[in-house]
Write a protein that binds this ligand. Structure first.
Ligand SMILES: C[S@@+](CC[C@H](N)C(=O)[O-])C[C@H]1O[C@@H](n2cnc3c(N)ncnc32)[C@H](O)[C@@H]1O
Length: 213
C-alpha cells in the first residue's frame, strides 16, 4: 500500500487519539496563521490542514511528491482557483528564496528520515525574513496509538527501533520510514539547522513546533 492510500484510509475514520491531535492542530493553525498570509504546506497530502486555514487565507500552495496526493488535493480545492497544488519533492522546493509568510508541515516530518536536515534548510530558504515554520509530528508517546493504526490497516512492518518504524519493501511506499521524537530530540534537530525555536508544544500524541529564521 502507498503511504497516501494508507493515510487517506486513516483520515476517513481516525481513532480518538488522532482526532484529538488533529483538532488541536487545527486550533493552533487558526490561532497562529495571519489573515491573508502566503502559506506553503510541504507534504500536503489530500489537503487536510490546508482546509483548516481556508477561513484565514486563500493564498495557499501545497506540494506533495505523490501523484495521487496531488490529484486528490486538486480535486478537493477545485472551487478555489487561487490555491496551487504542485507535485514537488520537499528536498528541492521549486520556489524562490523568501517567498512565504508561513511554511507548514503537518505530520509529514516523520517521513523524511535522514533528509530531514535538507528539508528544514529548504523550508528556511523559502521562508520570508519575518515568517514562521509550523511543524507537527508524533511525540515519544505516540507508538502505542500508531501501532494500533498500522495493525488495523494491515501495514507490513520490517522493524521498529526506538519509535522509528521501517515499513516492509513489499508495501510499495514512497517513504519507508515513520519517526517520532522527544522534545529534546526536536530541539537538537532544529538547533543543528540554525532555526530559532519559538515553542515546542505537546498536543495529544504529537508536538507542534513553531520556528523562525
Ligand atoms: C502522513 S501524510 C500527511 C499529509 C497531510 N499533511 C496531513 O497532515 O493530512 C504525508 C504526506 O507527505 C508526502 N511526502 C512525504 N515525503 C515527501 C517529500 N520528500 N516530498 C514531498 N512530499 C512528501 C506523502 O506523499 C504524503 O502525502
Amino acid at each position: 500500500m502507498k503511504n497516501i492510500e494508507y493515510w487517506e484510509k486513516i483520515l476517513k475514520n481516525p481513532p480518538n487519539s488522532y482526532k484529538k491531535w488533529f483538532e488541536k492542530e487545527k486550533k493552533y493553525l487558526q490561532k497562529n496563521i495571519t489573515k491573508n498570509s502566503k502559506v506553503l504546506e510541504v507534504g500536503c497530502g489530500e489537503g487536510r490542514s490546508l482546509k483548516d486555514i481556508l477561513p484565514l487565507t486563500k493564498n495557499i500552495t501545497g506540494i506533495d511528491y505523490d501523484k495521487k496526493a496531488v490529484n486528490d488535493a486538486k480535486k478537493n480545492f477545485k472551487d478555489f482557483p487561487k490555491i496551487k497544488i504542485l507535485k514537488a519533492d520537499a528536498h528541492k522546493l521549486p520556489f524562490k528564496n523568501k517567498s512565504f509568510d508561513f511554511v507548514i508541515c503537518m505530520t509529514t516530518f516523520a517521513n523524511f528520515g535522514n533528509k530531514k536536515y535538507i528539508v528544514l534548510k529548504e523550508m528556511n530558504r523559502v521562508l520570508k525574513d519575518k515568517g514562521f515554520i509550523i511543524i507537527s509530528v508524533f511525540s515519544e508517546d505516540a507508538l502505542k496509538e500508531r501501532m494500533k493504526v498500522y495493525k488495523k490497516h494491515k501495514v507490513k512492518i520490517k522493524k521498529i527501533n526506538n519509535g522509528k518504524v521501517i515499513f516492509d519493501k513489499s508495501e510499495k511506499m514512497l517513504d519507508y520510514i515513520s519517526e517520532q521524537f522527544s522534545k529534546n530530540e526536536l530541539k537538537k534537530i532544529f538547533n543543528k539547522t540554525n532555526l530559532k525555536i519559538i515553542e515546542i508544544k505537546k498536543i495529544g500524541i504529537a508536538y507542534i513546533c513553531k520556528l523562525k529564521k
